[in-house]
Each structure stands twice: as C-alpha cells, then as structure tokens.
Ligand binder design. Structure first.
Ligand SMILES: Cc1ncc(COP(=O)(O)O)c(C=O)c1O
Length: 427
C-alpha cells in the first residue's frame, strides 16, 4: 500500500505532502544527474565535474597531517566546539591575501557549501532578494531559492560583474522597497565562466555595495588558482581596508580546490554577529566540522603545503587548459563556437550559436562518449536589464561548461574531438 493510498483511506498524509517549504522547493541538481550518467557509462571522457586533478592530490601530505592531528585525540576525535579549532591558522592563511581577521570573525565549516548555506539560513526569508552574477554557481543558487529568495542575475563582461548595471539594479530595488539581502559574487575564475573580476571592478563593487548598504558575499574557492600567479586582492580585503571589521562583507573560503574536495573543509569570514548566528545554526546541522580534518588543514597551512599545493594544482591545470585550448582550436576550426580563455580555476565556458540548446548537444555528446554541463542550470530566473530593471529572462541555453582540470591530460583531445563531432551533427 503506498503512502498516497493510505492517505486516501483516511490514514496519515503521504510523506511528500508533509515536506515543508525548503524540501518542497529543492530541485534535483542537473550537475548531479550528469555526473551519475558519467559514472554509469564506461569510456566516457568527463568534462562535467568540478574536481581538481586526481594525479596532483597531496595524498602523502594529507596522511602525514592526519597522523600528526591524531597525536591530539581529544581534539581530533571527540566532539569539539561548533566555533571550530583552527581560527588562528585560518587568520594566518588569509593574511597572505592581505585580509586581517580576528578569531571571532572566523568559522571553520564543512565545505564552502555549508558556509553559504549557513549564511542563507541566517539571512534569508521568503521573498528576500539575492543578487548574483548571470550566470552563477547553481548549488548556491539552489540554496538561496530553497529559502524562498528571489534571485536576480547581473550580466558579466570580460572584467566580471557589470557593476554599473548592479548600481542601477540596487537603485531600482531600493525604490521598489525591496533592497537585496546580499550580493553573491565569485570574483576569481568564476564558476561557470572562468572570468576573473578586474581590480577596478572589485573596487567599484565595494564602493557600490557600501553606498547602497548591501552585504557582499564573496565566494572564493578558486583563489590562488591563478595561472598568471598574480591573484587580485579579495573583495573582502578591499572592503575591510575601507571600513575595517565594520565592512558589510563576508568571505567564503574553501580548501576543496587547493587541497582536496573530499576533506570538506571550508570557512566563513564575516562580521562577528553573523558568525554568532551561523554558530547557533551549525549546531543543528552537523554540530561541528570534523576536528581531525580541521587540525589536518591547520598543519597543512602551517607547514606550507597549502601554498605549495596551490602552485602545483595551478601548474597541472594550466597544462590541461593548454591542451584543451589547442584541441578546441583544431577541432572547432570553422565551427560557430566561441569560448573564454580563463586565467585560472577549473572551467572553460563555451558559447554555441544562438538558438542551439546545449542539453540536446549533451545527448549526442554522450553517444560520442564525452560529457559536459549544459548552461541552463547556471542562470537565475531574473536578469538586470540595461536600465537596472530586473526581468524574467530565459537561460542562455546555447552555453556550456567544460572542466579541464580533472580528465587525464591524454583524454582531453579525444573529448574535444568527440564534442566537435556531436556539434557537427547538430549544425
Ligand atoms: C563557486 C563555488 N563555491 C563553492 C563550491 C563548493 O565548495 P566546497 O567543496 O568547499 O563546499 C564550489 C565547488 O565547485 C564552487 O564552484
């Protein structure tokens, strides 16, 4: 007897019917669906995921750091304070980027995703507005929307978010009595476009957000994965230079792309009142981030492994990007596609001719044994227009995201050739 039949017979309601707001609003991630498909299909070249290069993971260093952490079983293996154990190491890590942070402004989290989820949980009520880039990272987009937020994207150019449009949008929203709760930005090698926000744009963003009194949330997992070796100052550093710890800025950091995603260690830097709220909420989520893995990260920061690993990943990923660029130039010659050359990170953003749907291309691509993430998932439902007025806008479905860091170097030319074959079939 199904839940539904039982409910019809006067029994308790079907489980799905008792789901409350957030679960009812949650939608399956198209990325997860594609990744499952990739796992099931042998011989597939996956350009779909967001993993760093497996061959460059710091396995020995992590083993040594965990062994060292276990010398202190009380902190490594018992429940620990929800506030975390490694604020000092995180402060030292941030100082390399010119960000000065006190312990009460820092919270180690279970991945950057948890830091973002805690912020969303602490700040958002049904109907609140969140401004993002257009396109943006879909996991956080989903988290904002799960809390009932209205998400509006600001178009980007090669310098990042169009802050002139943001300024107009913020004026429109203030005029309508709907000032946003936060502006969410990924300034370094953005996911999905690979675009790095210029310094001038970062300064303009800080100035504009401060003038409108809106909190900026900077999500920075790709920081220091800059192939030119010259990462720009974090938005948080610029904001805090101006306004010190009063600055309305939060920085979400991660060791997923610079050490290993499976450790699930990230952090939040935010005004202490916001950290206090996040700590309370974290108690009901996972209580504390693994002490063992926090201590391991702290020792990897302190012994210089994190800094070395950033350089190592950047070098391996830059070589793979080079292979992908070369393959694209050969295989896509004469085909109507464009792409952005990223200066870091993990992704390359490809644009097909308008009118083409990259989800349809994915179906053919899978038959050719290559997978990527279609662009549709990355777009919030509304976009800021040139006059700063937001409007419901269909996603740019003729775009797609290619990952260059994870596939073995030797597979990249085959993957791009397969993609070009699939594309030719559609033209
Ligand atoms: C922009 C962005 N934020 C956050 C994350 C997730 O970070 P973590 O694995 O630390 O939760 C990712 C992963 O792809 C990302 O691209």
């Amino acid at each position: 007897v199904s839940d539904r039949q039982r409910a019809a017979a006067g029994g308790p309601p079907a489980l799905a019917e008792i789901f409350a707001g957030p679960a009812a609003r949650a939608t399956p991630s198209p990325i997860a669906r594609t990744l499952e498909l990739v796992e099931r299909t042998p011989g597939m070249v996956s350009l779909a995921c967001g993993n760093p290069a497996s061959e460059a993971l710091p396995v020995t260093e992590i083993a040594a750091a965990c062994a060292a952490a276990l010398a202190d079983p009380e902190r490594a293996l018992q429940y620990t304070s929800p506030r975390g154990l490694i604020q000092e190491a995180l402060a030292a890590h941030l100082l390399r980027d010119g960000v000065r942070a006190r312990a009460d402004e820092l919270l180690p989290t279970t991945g950057a995703i948890q830091a973002l989820a805690l912020l969303a949980h602490a700040l958002l009520r049904e109907g609140d507005v969140v401004v993002t880039e257009w396109p943006t990272y879909p996991v956080n987009l989903a988290s904002f929307r799960t809390h009932g937020a209205r998400t509006i994207g600001v178009p980007m150019d090669e310098e990042g978010m169009r802050v002139d449009l943001l300024d107009r949008l913020l004026s429109t929203l203030a005029h309508d009595g709907q000032p946003p709760k936060l502006i969410y930005t990924i300034p370094d090698a953005q996911n999905p476009t690979g675009i790095t926000m210029s310094r001038a744009r970062r300064e303009a963003l800080v100035e504009t957000a401060a003038r409108h009194g809106v909190l900026v949330v900077e999500d920075a997992p790709y920081r220091r994965l800059d192939f030119q070796g010259e990462p720009l100052p974090p938005v948080a550093a610029l904001a805090r230079e101006e306004a010190g710890s009063e600055a309305r800025v939060a920085l979400v950091g991660s060791f997923a792309k610079t050490v290993a995603p499976g450790l699930r260690v990230g952090y939040l830097l935010a005004p202490s009142a916001l950290i206090d709220a996040a700590v309370l909420l974290k108690q009901g989520e996972d209580f504390c981030t693994s002490g063992l893995l926090q201590l391991a990260i702290a020792s990897l920061i302190q012994d210089g492994t994190v800094a070395r690993q950033e350089t190592r990943f950047a070098a391996v990923h830059a070589a793979k990007l080079g292979a992908m660029q070369a393959a694209l130039e050969t295989e896509m010659a004469g085909l109507p596609v464009r792409w952005i050359r990223p200066r870091g990170g993990l992704f390359l953003w490809l644009t097909l001719p308008e009118g083409m749907d990259s989800e349809k291309l994915l179906e053919r691509a899978i038959a050719h044994r290559v997978a990527f993430i279609p662009g549709r998932a990355f777009y919030p439902p509304e976009k800021a227009g040139p006059d700063g007025v937001p409007a419901r806008t269909p996603p740019a479905v003729h775009t797609l995201r290619l990952n260059f860091s994870y596939p073995p170097l030797a597979d990249i030319p085959r993957g791009i050739a397969a993609l070009a074959s699939a594309l030719r079939e559609m033209l």
